[in-house]
Ligand binder design. Structure first.
Ligand SMILES: [Zn+2]
Length: 187
């Protein structure tokens, strides 16, 4: 989706003093009135990878490693990219610790409580030029809860890593799923 409105859309007027902004040599919007500069940085995003052996939830408290896993948890999106599938994900809120953000997004979209474990992948997301992010994909250890799609998702289910549903919302999720598949022992 995206288009011309996102957090990276250039401001036309200073958000502090309302002076019309002019671009600088990096095309940052700069205010001649108060000195404000709009730095257009990517936003931090997180995703939680819950792995399983089959379409059922893994045993509570057990971390299924990429080598052991056959399935991963995906959600179908209901707002942006509606109808497309992704690994449960979202933005890190201001003042929010990054692993807390991953656990929160997983809970909101799937109903699952999990311990956020090691980083599996980090990628820049350029698919939306006005809404760029740096995403961190964590492995997540399932602890409790039943699958219940919520918030930005209308379905949550486990799918074979070798055969994810289409369409996938994000090209970087496709890279992550390919990397998971590469780590599978022969199953
Ligand atoms: Zn200003």
């Amino acid at each position: 989706m995206g288009g011309t409105r996102g957090h990276g859309t250039p401001y036309r007027f200073c958000p502090h003093c309302a002076t019309a902004l002019a671009g600088d040599d990096r095309d940052r919007a700069r205010c001649a009135g108060c000195g404000f500069v709009q730095y257009r940085n990517p936003i931090a995003a997180v995703a939680a990878i819950v792995l399983a052996r089959g379409e059922a939830l893994p045993p509570p408290g057990s971390l299924i490693t990429p080598a052991e896993a056959t399935h991963l948890l995906l959600v179908r999106r209901a707002s942006t990219h509606a109808g497309a599938w992704c690994i449960p994900c979202g933005y890190v809120e201001h003042d929010e610790e990054i692993r807390a953000a991953a656990a929160r997004e997983l809970m909101e979209e799937t109903g699952l409580t999990a311990v956020i474990e090691e980083v599996f992948a980090v990628h820049s997301n350029f698919h939306d030029p006005f809404d760029q992010t740096v995403g961190t994909w964590f492995l997540a250890r399932y602890v409790s809860g039943g699958l219940r799609a919520g918030d930005d998702a209308d379905r949550a289910a486990f799918f074979a890593i070798a055969a994810p549903p289409e369409p996938l919302a994000f090209p970087t999720d496709r890279r992550v799923i390919a990397a998971l598949r590469a780590q599978q022992r022969s199953v």
